[in-house]
Design a protein. Structure first.
Length: 385
């Protein structure tokens, strides 16, 4: 059955004639993720058939019993504007559909419609005709699907070595292949297209065309983000960490190849990001549909890698991570100690001020006989005579 459907955007295609298809990321109960492409006319025919299968739930008998979401019919001429404006409706439709009772959301009709077809992975194209234009929903606009970018030119990457796929969801590569990246997953598996083929490939096998380094790569954050290990992993390389499920760690550097630098106590090392879950994130089951896959290979383990760039990629050593991490931890400890000492200083100062305020005035010394005789009144002088 289907766990989640996410609208990624749409494509404008030119073969066999100009038309539009919507791109959906479908997440299944086996934790696999598939990208499928559907015309709106197909979606509407699916919707009509679903209503016929469940006349009560569709409101055909009594409109008050309707729980199947509404979907407007396609226009006589569907242009780019209507394709774009319909995205909010489709996003809401898919969300509502999967939250219907299981007899509807998990019925064979729904499952079959969103199952991968041959043309999803190998669309029919003509090399003489213009390549499809892709319009992706920005990640921060998923909740408001009417917000859309202009035509997006997908980033082109080059394969640095041969890669043999190990499942039908992946795509094989040959060194020098030029692929367009549709989606960059934090897991280190990227969904790419190569001519008329599509599939997941390890990011480590790809390099950008304009230089050896990734412009999107984040800087280290030694304050760290708290994560929990969702799957145990035993280190293979010396710079990796061995952790077990449930361990609490801090992520200090998120790298695009899916191997993040983490900190456990004061030890740093690489760990597969797909085996981690942000602390407090209750949506663990949906976060990564690729979790049942093996971790993607690291670039350092790829044999016969050949880059077109003369300069090598910039890479921070584990010694640098470790040193900077210790500096940060020590600075935090110093701040904490200083903060804890400040109340004591204030308390001592206040006590001293209170003691001064409570102190009795000094008793003046008794005047001498000569002083009394010379300065006091007659009655006082008589008392000492």
């Amino acid at each position: 059955f289907i766990r989640h459907i996410e609208l990624l955007g749409y494509e404008k295609r030119f073969f066999p004639s100009q038309h539009y298809v919507y791109m959906f990321l479908v997440k299944w109960n086996d934790l696999s993720e598939k990208v499928v492409y559907r015309r709106f006319t197909e979606i509407y025919e699916f919707h009509k058939a679903l209503k016929e299968m469940f006349p009560i739930e569709s409101g055909d008998i009594n409109v008050e019993n309707r729980i199947i979401p509404h979907l407007p019919a396609p226009k006589w001429f569907d242009g780019q504007r209507s394709t774009q404006n319909r995205q909010g409706t489709l996003t809401e439709y898919c969300y509502t559909l999967l939250n219907l009772p299981h007899k509807i959301s998990r019925c064979q009709h729904v499952v079959s419609f969103f199952r991968v077809r041959p043309d999803d992975t190998s669309p029919v194209t003509d090399s003489q005709i213009k390549k499809p234009e892709v319009f992706l929903l920005p990640k921060d606009a998923k909740k408001n699907a009417t917000d859309i970018t202009g035509p997006i030119v997908l980033q082109t990457y080059r394969a640095i070595a041969d890669y043999e796929k190990s499942s039908t969801s992946e795509m094989a590569l040959r060194a020098g292949d030029m692929v367009d990246v549709v989606e960059k997953s934090e897991s280190g598996w990227w969904f790419c297209q190569l001519k008329n083929k599509r599939g997941w490939v390890p990011a480590a096998y790809l390099e950008p065309m304009d230089g050896p380094d990734e412009s999107e790569e984040q800087e280290p954050n030694y304050a760290g983000e708290r994560y929990v290990v969702q799957k145990s992993y035993t280190a293979v390389e010396q710079d990796e960490l061995t952790l077990k499920e449930g361990d609490a760690i801090e992520v200090i550097h998120k790298l695009l190849d899916g191997w993040w630098v983490i900190r456990k106590d004061e030890t740093t090392g690489y760990y597969p990001s797909m085996y981690l879950q942000r602390s407090g994130d209750k949506n663990a089951s949906v976060k990564s549909g690729l979790r049942n896959w093996s971790a993607p290979p690291r670039r350092s383990t790829i044999r016969n890698a050949k880059s077109i760039h003369k300069q090598s990629r910039k890479q921070i050593s584990q010694e640098t991570y470790r040193r900077n991490s210790k500096k940060y931890i020590q600075s935090q400890r110093n701040r904490k100690e200083n903060f804890q000492n400040e109340p004591n200083v204030i308390t001592e100062t206040n006590e001293q001020e209170e003691n001064k305020a409570k102190a009795q005035p000094a008793v003046p010394p008794r005047p001498s006989k000569d002083v009394i005789l010379n300065r006091c009144t007659e009655s006082t002088r008589r008392k000492i005579l």
